[in-house]
Design a protein around this ligand. Structure first.
Ligand SMILES: [Zn+2]
Length: 362
């Protein structure tokens, strides 16, 4: 009997607690209506809206060509990818952006996304992205001639930035393949009889295998730009970075039906800075070489697309008469003006005495 009453009492207490909570909620809601800009709840609600607008803006960049392409790589979109650009002859500050600084805006959507655009870097001078020279002299396991393949390739790549007898431009296109842009780029290159080097992303290769096949069939170089290009994943550790490179290599091999290796890597965001030292080492140890760039058209320096004229002007600013010019461009979504600017960029480089070539290891 007593037990029954006790339970009843408890139930009544619970009911009252519940009523009190409901009253408090109603009161807070009323306060928000009467004083709409007062109070933390309202403020955070507004911030929430801002966030949604921001997402929508980003979305516009991702949903190109009417394709619904929730992106897995939206981190790319956020503008301020760390600056990249190596070996500039410019006397610039030494501040070195690190890829991990890239702002991440990651949508949680599931559908397989095609690649997303990029946003890269502004040009920034940097000290040599390469590991210390000593590294190249040290045989891996005590045998004199046994210099690891990664370091041998790295030595070759270092020479791309500087030529003794002539001027060479290496056109590079990152973050594809993406038919809307990659195809017309291939058409232009064919018309000009130029070979370029492409750095595709695995998730995009899966989405557009036929596009990367055409790149390969037409004799262009193919590098390795990681499988996902998602900074928080690829830069979680040197091991995860190397794993992403191997994943992308396997995907390229199966897609292109070849057993050749794809050991020319490019770090998303660049390999610059002390923080990347362990990554650079791991990449070389795993048998890869890597290349950054010392020139760019600026097609990833802002979220808003630059016009073709602006891209050409930006390129001219970054040439500095360098004898070896590694030009960073993108064939990702939202890079239509890169296609538009390409003929004038080629014409300009020719007029400056450059010939075009493939990067070693591609
Ligand atoms: Zn990239």
């Amino acid at each position: 009997m007593k037990r029954f009453e006790l339970r009843k009492e408890r139930q009544e207490q619970n009911r009252q607690n519940l009523m009190t909570t409901v009253k408090i909620i109603i009161l807070v809601l009323l306060l928000n209506i009467v004083f709409p800009f007062y109070g933390g709840a309202t403020t955070s609600a507004l911030e929430g809206l801002d966030f949604i607008h921001y997402q929508e803006d980003i979305g516009k960049l991702v949903f190109v060509d009417g394709q619904e392409v929730p992106s897995a790589n939206v981190d790319h979109l956020s503008t301020v990818e760390p600056t990249e650009a190596p070996v500039q002859v410019t006397p610039l500050p030494t501040e070195m952006p690190v890829p991990t600084a890239e702002p991440t805006v990651k949508p949680v959507t599931t559908p397989t996304p095609p690649p997303v655009t990029t946003t890269t870097p502004s040009i920034a001078p940097s000290p040599s992205p390469f590991p210390s020279p000593d590294a190249t002299q040290e045989p891996a396991n005590g045998k004199d001639d046994d210099v690891p393949a990664g370091l041998l390739l790295q030595e070759l790549l270092a020479k791309a930035y500087k030529h003794e007898d002539d001027k060479v431009a290496y056109l590079t296109f990152d973050d594809g393949p993406y038919p809307t842009n990659t195809y017309p780029i291939l058409d232009i290159l064919k018309g000009e009889n130029i070979k370029a080097t492409f750095f595709p992303i695995g998730t995009s290769i899966e989405y557009y295998p036929e596009v990367i096949k055409r790149v390969y069939d037409e004799g262009h170089g193919i590098g390795n730009h990681t499988y996902s290009h998602v900074f928080k994943d690829i830069y979680a550790s040197p091991e995860s970075f190397v794993k992403e490179l191997f994943m992308n290599e396997e995907l390229l091999q199966s897609t292109l039906n070849t057993d050749r290796l794809f050991r020319l890597a490019r770090f998303p965001g660049g390999s610059f800075g002390d923080k990347m030292a362990s990554f650079r080492e791991a990449v070389n140890e795993a048998g890869f070489g890597y290349i950054d760039w010392n020139s760019l058209n600026g097609d990833a320096e802002s979220v808003k697309s630059k016009s073709a004229e602006e891209l050409l002007e930006r390129l001219k600013e970054t040439v500095y008469g360098q004898s070896g010019l590694v030009v960073l461009m993108h064939d990702a979504p939202n890079k239509e003006t890169t296609v538009e600017a390409l003929p004038s960029i080629i014409e300009f480089l020719r007029s400056e005495g450059y010939r075009f070539d493939l990067l070693p290891g591609s």
